[in-house]
Design a protein around this ligand. Structure first.
Ligand SMILES: *[C@@H]1O[C@H](CO)[C@@H](O)[C@H](O)[C@H]1NC(C)=O
Ligand SMILES: *[C@@H]1O[C@H](CO)[C@@H](O)[C@H](O)[C@H]1NC(C)=O
Length: 142
């Protein structure tokens, strides 16, 4: 009996570890504010990340039609910005480092992408957020 309980607990720990880390809206908003983004910009980022990954920091997207993949909470594309298996791309980062729970490297790369293209770099933002941010206010988070 003890053995079975131990195995069950072990199994639950393993299952739990492989589960997606899904940020709450406010957890994400606070992380972005701490990383230097303005409060006024946060509804854009909250909407963008909801559209791209539903706040799942471990998401590796399905294969895009052109064969590329998108990584992490911001769904950063491996064609330009990062490389799979070693550092590379314009962010000089390993895409696999974008699918853990620590999003500080994702944010660093996102700053580079945003500097170059603005929010338009993300289809999720263009399709779902541009001009309709009312549902993504974050005042209750602070
Ligand atoms: C490939 O597709 C992704 C997603 O549709 C897009 O973000 C990326 O810019 C495309 N890359 C090229 C080289 O066309
Ligand atoms: C997250 O990763 C950065 C480096 O990318 C590191 O400096 C920082 O300490 C990490 N934070 C945690 C909580 O592990």
């Amino acid at each position: 009996m003890k053995f079975i309980i131990a195995i069950t607990i072990l199994a639950l720990v393993i299952i739990n570890n492989s589960e997606a880390k899904v940020f709450t809206k406010c957890e994400f908003a606070r992380t972005m504010l701490n990383a230097g983004f303005s409060k006024a910009s946060l509804p854009n980022w909250v909407c963008l990340v909801k559209a791209e990954s539903s706040f799942n920091s471990r998401l590796r997207g399905p294969k895009n039609p052109n064969g590329s993949h998108d990584y992490g909470i911001f769904q950063i594309n491996d064609k330009y910005w990062c490389k799979v298996g070693s550092k590379g791309g314009d962010c000089n980062m390993n895409c696999n480092s974008f699918i853990d729970d620590n999003i500080s490297d994702d944010i660093a790369c996102t700053k580079i992408i945003y500097k170059r293209h603005g929010y338009n770099a993300w289809y999720g933002w263009k399709n779902k957020c541009q001009g309709s941010l009312a549902a993504y206010q974050v005042n209750e988070c602070f």
